[in-house]
Design a protein around this ligand. Structure first.
Ligand SMILES: Nc1ncnc2c1ncn2[C@@H]1O[C@H](COP(=O)(O)OP(=O)(O)O)[C@@H](O)[C@H]1O
Ligand SMILES: [Mg+2]
Length: 246
């Protein structure tokens, strides 16, 4: 199954959530063999894995922690590959052949980047982060329109089973403060038949650039407990399951 958290915005937490999601799966949130393919030219996720591993190896305590986790897990860290859009199709086929059942694509935050019209048809489930402001709602609607155009224009292949929108980068307080706004956005998506998830992803200072997102399970960090993204991930899983087991 090919999954992507994508929209047409840089800095919308796509890469962050992809790595948190993949890491949660790897460390047992659900039973799957997971891999990530970084299709962004800047390869931020691919490079951040290397940086994180280096940092862990420099510290004896961290190194021991990772060894213990790996032993408990019974397999090495899940892989993060760098791949151009031209080679992507083959890479996915190769990984599926190796028994990977969840493959995340980390895409650049633009639809204009060349080759993306061949990338989107490879995705089974798309999750679209949306800020809570109305401008973001508009850009999300535009993104969905473009995706639909790409998929319609592609006669050869279209794997997309379904997509859903979710809120990202909102503060815990704004959940109450902006309650009406949330509802307005929710209702307008619902009105046009677009799935919108109940759970979102909270804003947090925890996510600095050096935070280990792809090496250690984030849940062992107490700071993560308040902004635990696992309910969002579980909801995404339930969503996918409900669409594939009919
Ligand atoms: N929940 C969050 N709250 C605040 N900042 C975040 C959060 N998640 C990620 N960030 C930061 O936002 C920036 C962009 O995130 P990133 O995942 O790279 O976005 P994208 O892949 O959509 O461009 C990064 O510097 C990251 O550390
Ligand atoms: Mg990114």
């Amino acid at each position: 199954m090919v999954i992507s958290i994508a929209n047409q915005k840089g800095g919308a937490q796509k890469s962050t959530l992809t790595s948190l999601f993949a890491t949660a799966i790897h460390y047992g949130m659900v039973k799957h063999k997971v891999a990530v393919i970084d299709v962004d030219l800047q390869a931020s996720l691919y490079r951040s894995r290397a940086k994180e591993l280096e940092a862990v190896m420099r510290s004896e305590t961290e190194k021991k922690k990772l060894e213990a986790l790996t032993e408990k897990r019974g397999s090495p860290l899940y892989p993060i590959f760098k791949c151009s859009h031209q080679d992507l199709r083959n890479k996915i086929v190769e990984l599926e052949g190796e028994g990977y059942t969840i493959i995340f694509l980390d895409l650049p935050g633009t639809l204009e980047a060349s080759g993306l019209d061949t990338v989107y048809p490879l995705i089974h489930f798309l999750f679209i982060p949306c800020y809570t402001d109305l401008k973001s709602q508009d850009s999300t609607a535009q993104f969905i329109k473009k995706i639909n155009l790409i998929l319609k224009g592609n006669q050869v292949e279209n794997n997309l089973i379904d997509y859903a929108v979710f809120f990202t980068k909102y503060t815990t307080n704004s959940k109450l403060k902006d309650y009406d706004k949330f509802n307005t956005i929710r209702n307008s998506f619902n009105a046009v038949g677009i799935n919108i998830l109940e759970n979102g992803f909270h804003e947090s200072k925890v996510f600095s650039d050096n935070f280990p997102w792809t090496v250690m399970p984030t849940m062992i960090d107490t700071r993560m407990q308040k902004i635990n993204p696992e309910p969002l991930f579980m909801e995404m899983f339930t969503f996918m399951k409900s669409k594939t087991t009919k």
